[in-house]
Design a protein around this ligand. Sequence first.
Ligand code: IPM
Ligand code: MN
Length: 358
Amino acid sequence: MGRSYKIAVIQGDGTGPEVILEGLKVLRAVSDRSGFDVELMTYDIGGERYLKTNETLPDSVLQELKTASAIYLGAIGHPEVKPGILEKGILLRLRFELDQYINLRPVKLYPGVWTPLKDKGPNEIDFTVVRENTEGIYAGIGGTFKRGTPDEVALQVDLNTRKGVERCIRYAYELTKQRSAKKKLTLCAKTNVLTYAHDLWARVFEEVGKEYPEVSQDYSHVDALVMWMVKSPEVFDVVVTNNMFGDIITDLGAMIQGGLGIAAGGNINPNGVSMFEPIGGSAPKYAGKGVINPLAAIVALSMLLSHIGERGAADLVEEAVKQVTATKLKSLAAGKMGYSTSEVGDLVVAALGAAVTA
Ligand code: IPM
Ligand code: MN
């Protein structure tokens, strides 16, 4: 029997459906060429459904998602829904319930892509951020007291467990061991201030590091790290960090790799169901206009393929994206690509064909 995968698709809100459509076009083309079958399971989870039914992520859908080989997500976020409801009810709930404890975010400048960093190119901008994805301030532990009064107190707890920190750091060491010749892992934290939580991170980093003598260990406070990301991004190979810092530094990462039009990430449970997404959000102002860049969603697809074990197909898709950025697109920004959303999808499909016959 041939290779076959069940891919759950959540197109989501705003420009999500448009970019996912292009990703699925590429998936069809690459699965034909690489000889595997895909069964799609689609779900209308997102802001529209919430506005109609008051449901975010029904338990029944969650159960079905648990049977998928992987999840392909467009974007969650709707201008008419109060901030926090969809983010917590859908995106964070999926990450937590599916125990996707790694948020993997490559920061890679593709050929031909403009970066705001002067004198830096694809050789200098190529590292990966391993963001812890199920703990930290995101755990949602806390509360308010005397809310709305002058004496209001608000607590938001930064949860760091030995188990959570260790599995994240271990994943980062494994990745560093395999990723590049540099074999350097940087811990990004704030040990000079968060002397309990980040002391735990620093100790675990050192302890687990003993099992990886081939990986060199590096440390940077988060405030210094963002400075280095701009000044000398070439010093990084893999960066491991907590949930909140990872959220922030990967938006900076997206900017130096050419913007949200290209930045993709994976929410990974190495022993369970993982979910891949363009990290740019739903960009409602561009929705329905055919101007959004689908490459981030297509790069997310490449990560998904690699994760389910279709490395050849994943590489083909990434090479096709590189060809398109190197030779076709004027810019990666929405409305400035020189092509429509669906034309960019077609260009990638065409480049795939060229890569196979070459
Ligand atoms: C991201 C997003 C989410 C996060 C939001 C939408 C909850 O910014 O995936 O980086 O903060 O993790
Ligand atoms: Mn973010």
